[in-house]
Design a protein around this ligand. Structure first.
Ligand code: FMN
Ligand code: SF4
Length: 433
């Protein structure tokens, strides 16, 4: 059985170990400071020894499609070329870096963020099909703001080409590979999901037809960016609410992963998620501290208006439904891995080094973490160095809610920060080379 410090290869990309920083919002935007912000966010993971850094979702188009404020767009060649400074800095530490490509479709800010929408009244959401009944009902109640533009067949080809062009620009800027945001209710999941995809052209129908968009994105990336390592999240929508009858099952996720390997993907990240944007991908506690922090109140009001209290209550109920659990995607990853030869990446609630080692070679080939990197940007030094190390992150989600307002992605729980401070003073984040 492999252990965390052992090397691994993804599609020919040699990585020094099996620990990765999972895609996580950097809130870096697109301005003169973006590259330095990304370096400040991502370099500590590389400098402290992570084998692979997955940059958080970046948007392939210049307008619309952002799921949250200050997401970085990668449509502009001049801007993307400047990211070479970031990829060079990551490579200086012997770490690989992949960029995650995304378009939010119906999950975009133009659906849920009242203030953003008011400033852009004409902005439509890209939709795979007419939105499901449940979303239309929320729209009628004023809880969402839907004005969907259902993609024509030509539009689908155009969108896939934008993924290809973004990949080409990223690879020219030194990224080692491309990651696709195949879950978290982004447009890729909306194509895969029977809940969203009711198309009657070549991109809709049975599971393998709904997978055609992902296949087309693969083909576009291969044509424009060559044989770089290509990976994607693979959703199983088994935690969708009961009233959602049509959703992706674990068996569907295994079938998708098998198909992706035969199409030419180099790695997969199976995740259990919902058909909605909820806490199933960030399981943990209700972030009471974040919701009652006055500094963010104006931002919450701008995003939700009169819905603010209802959203907070929903978040409280969600936290009850999705408590954190160590390695909550492990059994799904294990089922996928049994059928594949390409690496399987596991993330979601992974915190303890000893349990990481026992998951490797059993449920997965690499293990990743997301929120723990907010809590401890130099976490790999501890995890790779000490067999009994455990990440400090408590999955309390105080970091996630303020991001609705465009706030930075940082740990916001004082007790955790105090423990990090004391570890820092003891030299725990120094890297043993
Ligand atoms: C604030 C935040 C932003 C995230 N952004 C992304 C993203 O851009 N792309 C993605 O695929 N997953 C994203 N995720 C999900 C993480 O990659 C990861 O799967 C999830 O947080 C569970 O891992 P953890 O328990 O180690 O945090 C995000 C999670 C959080 C908390
Ligand atoms: S606020 Fe800190 S401890 Fe809580 S989930 Fe975020 S990073 Fe982890």
């Amino acid at each position: 059985m492999a252990t965390l410090p052992e090397p691994v290869s993804i599609g020919g990309l040699e990585l020094p170990n099996r620990l990765y920083r999972a895609p996580l919002l950097e809130c870096a935007g697109n301005d003169a400071e973006t590259v330095d912000r990304l370096i400040a966010e991502l370099e500590p993971a590389a400098a402290s020894g992570a084998g692979l850094v997955c940059q958080g979702a970046t948007i392939v188009r210049g307008e619309g499609g952002c799921a949250a404020p200050r997401m970085t767009r990668v449509h502009d060649p001049e801007f993307v070329a400047r990211l070479e400074k970031l990829t060079d800095r990551i490579h200086d530490h012997g770490t690989g870096i992949v960029i995650q490509l995304e378009h939010g479709g119906l999950r975009s800010m133009e659906t849920w963020h009242a203030g953003y929408r008011r400033e852009r009244p004409g902005l439509e959401q890209l939709a795979v099909s007419r939105p499901p009944l449940q979303l239309r009902a929320l729209d009628r109640l004023g809880l969402l703001d839907l004005s969907p533009r259902v993609l024509s067949t030509d539009d689908v080809y155009g969108l896939a080409a934008d993924f290809g062009r973004a990949a080409e620009r990223a690879v020219s800027a030194g990224y080692d590979g491309v990651h696709l945001a195949g879950a978290n209710m982004g447009i890729v999941q909306q194509f895969l999901s029977p809940f969203y995809n009711r198309r009657d052209d070549e991109f809709g129908g049975g599971l393998l037809d709904r997978l055609r968009f992902l296949e087309l994105v693969h083909d576009e990336i291969r044509e424009r960016a060559g044989g770089v390592p290509l990976m994607t999240k693979v959703p199983s929508e088994t935690v969708a609410p009961r009233f959602v009858r049509r959703h992706l099952t674990d068996e569907d996720a295994v079938t998708i992963a098998v198909e992706l390997e035969s199409i030419g993907f180099d790695a997969v990240v199976p995740v259990r998620t919902s058909t909605f944007w909820d806490m199933s991908i960030v399981r943990g506690e209700f972030p009471a501290r974040a919701w009652s922090d006055d500094r963010f109140e104006d931002g919450y009001a701008a995003a939700f208006g009169y819905r603010r209290k209802g959203i907070t209550l929903l978040n409280r109920l969600q936290a009850r439904r999705f408590p954190t659990e160590h390695g909550w995607n492990a059994d799904l990853c294990r089922a996928v891995r049994a059928e594949l030869d390409i690496p399987v990446l596991l993330e979601g609630g992974v915190r303890e080094r000893a349990r990481m080692d026992s998951l490797l070679g059993d449920a997965c080939d690499l293990v990743g973490m997301a929120r723990p990197f907010y809590a401890e940007p130099r976490l790999p030094a501890r995890l790779l160095g000490e067999g009994d190390a455990e990440a400090l992150c408590e999955s309390c989600n105080n970091c996630t809610v303020p991001q609705i307002t465009g706030a930075d992605g940082v740990c916001r729980t004082p007790s955790v920060l105090a423990r990090r401070g004391s570890l820092e003073r003891r030299g725990a984040y120094r890297r043993e080379r």
